[in-house]
Write a protein that binds this ligand. Structure first.
Ligand code: SF4
Length: 397
């Protein structure tokens, strides 16, 4: 984002200010053909194609400006998410490819992901993505059971998946599927669903999200707690047997296929947000910003809301995001950014509840949740928040 206000430095460490910054760009495409029953993302069903054309033109103009702010070699990822980016017209993708070329971006050197709804895809659209340099395809598969797909309001069926997944597999060297579990009351066999998908076209990466019921009438119910645990275990068993590692709470991959873009979020790196509802983060200033959830406002005048977060909030975010990963909290980075030793924060109660019981480990370099600790991540995070608050209160002033 092109910040108009002065660059303050609420967090300390000159090395942090001047170090080269791995940077990602996230483009939000808030358009869908229809709304899924479980959806809680910002997306709309546009009335006509002119809206998409105007939105796409704004996105490209902003992307061109933002690319001018990224130092050569710092850009590590470009991610088109939504919504359903695959509903955008071919001319949008062609313009996107031209913007990257004109800015001199070595596209093969970055992770370039497009999220797509399998129902929108054809061999032709996949070829277009590949032609502009997309090298990672993330498919919203969600389920491989027609009754579940129907209850979710998905447009794709097993027949759709059968047709498009092998083609996608052929054309992309890095393929990811999203799956939702804990959804609805109907019994579901996740082991069989995953086996079917892997036999059809094995992905390299899989994100498994536990369903959270949106706050609106008519939204499908969540599964019982026992079912959620059973489905989680079925996913873990299936993926472990296929040599996938759980490198973040919701993310699994084959070795070497961890998402570069998602890692930026968890590792406190810079990401630029473009589009209605998109978020960005400038770690050296501790600034987060977001564009309002309004397509019309974004087309009229894209104007992000900027928030300079208090130090305690930044500390919490740093810990919460890093704890979600298998690597855990990097103690050295924490102390460089915030100027305090992490072990100073840890209360005897937190140590006794989580370290002594094997839910977390503390080495000279990292605090990590163990495999069993991943199931209690919210409790561990809450305990660390209390420790941070206590530390900041005691050391205030
Ligand atoms: S396709 Fe994705 S963004 Fe669109 S309604 Fe369905 S879940 Fe929401």
């Amino acid at each position: 984002m092109l910040l108009r206000e002065g660059r303050g430095v609420p967090i300390r460490g000159d090395e942090v200010k001047t170090a080269r910054a791995a940077t990602g760009i996230y483009i939000h495409v808030p358009f869908c053909v229809s709304r899924c029953t479980y959806c809680d993302f910002f997306s709309t069903v546009p009335e006509d194609d002119a809206i998409k054309a105007a939105y796409g033109a704004r996105v490209i103009a902003l992307l061109e400006r933002e690319l001018g702010t990224v130092r050569s070699g710092d850009l590590v990822s470009l991610y088109l998410g939504g919504g359903s980016p695959s509903t955008m017209p071919p001319s949008f993708f062609t313009a996107l490819g031209a913007a990257l070329r004109n800015a001199g971006i070595a596209v093969p050197a970055i992770e370039f992901t497009v999220e797509a709804n399998p129902a929108d895809l054809s061999a032709r659209s996949l070829d277009l993505f590949a032609a502009i340099g997309v090298n990672r395809l993330s498919l919203g598969v969600q389920a491989a059971d027609d009754a579940v797909l129907a209850a979710m309001g998905r447009r794709a069926t097993r027949a759709t998946l059968k047709k498009i997944l092998p083609t996608a597999r052929e054309k992309f060297g890095d393929l990811s599927y999203d799956i939702i579990y804990g959804f609805g009351k109907r019994p579901r066999d996740l082991t069989a669903e995953l086996a079917w998908l892997f036999d059809l076209a094995a992905p390299d990466h899989l994100s498994a999200y536990c369903y959270t019921r949106p706050h609106r009438r008519g939204a499908p119910p969540v599964a019982s707690e026992d079912t959620v645990v059973e489905e989680e275990e079925a996913i873990a068993r299936s993926l472990t047997a296929r040599r996938f590692s759980r490198y973040e709470v919701s993310n699994w991959s084959r070795r070497g296929f961890e998402s570069v873009h998602n890692r930026l979020y968890w590792s406190w790196d810079r990401y630029i947000g473009i589009g209605a509802g998109a978020h960005g983060f400038e770690p050296r200033d501790g600034i987060r910003y977001r564009y309002p959830d309004s397509v019309a406002a974004f087309i009229r005048r894209p104007s992000p809301i900027v928030e300079r977060l208090p130090r305690e909030t930044l500390m919490r975010e740093f810990v919460m995001l890093a704890l979600r990963t298998a690597e855990g909290v990097p103690l050295d980075k924490f102390s460089k950014i915030f100027g305090i030793s992490f072990s100073e924060l840890l209360s005897p109660v937190t140590r006794a509840r989580f370290l002594d019981t094997g839910y977390a480990t503390l080495s000279a370099t990292r605090l990590r949740a163990t495999r069993s600790g991943f199931s209690f991540l919210n409790t561990l995070t809450a305990a660390l928040f209390d420790d941070i608050e206590r530390h900041e209160r005691v050391h205030a002033g």
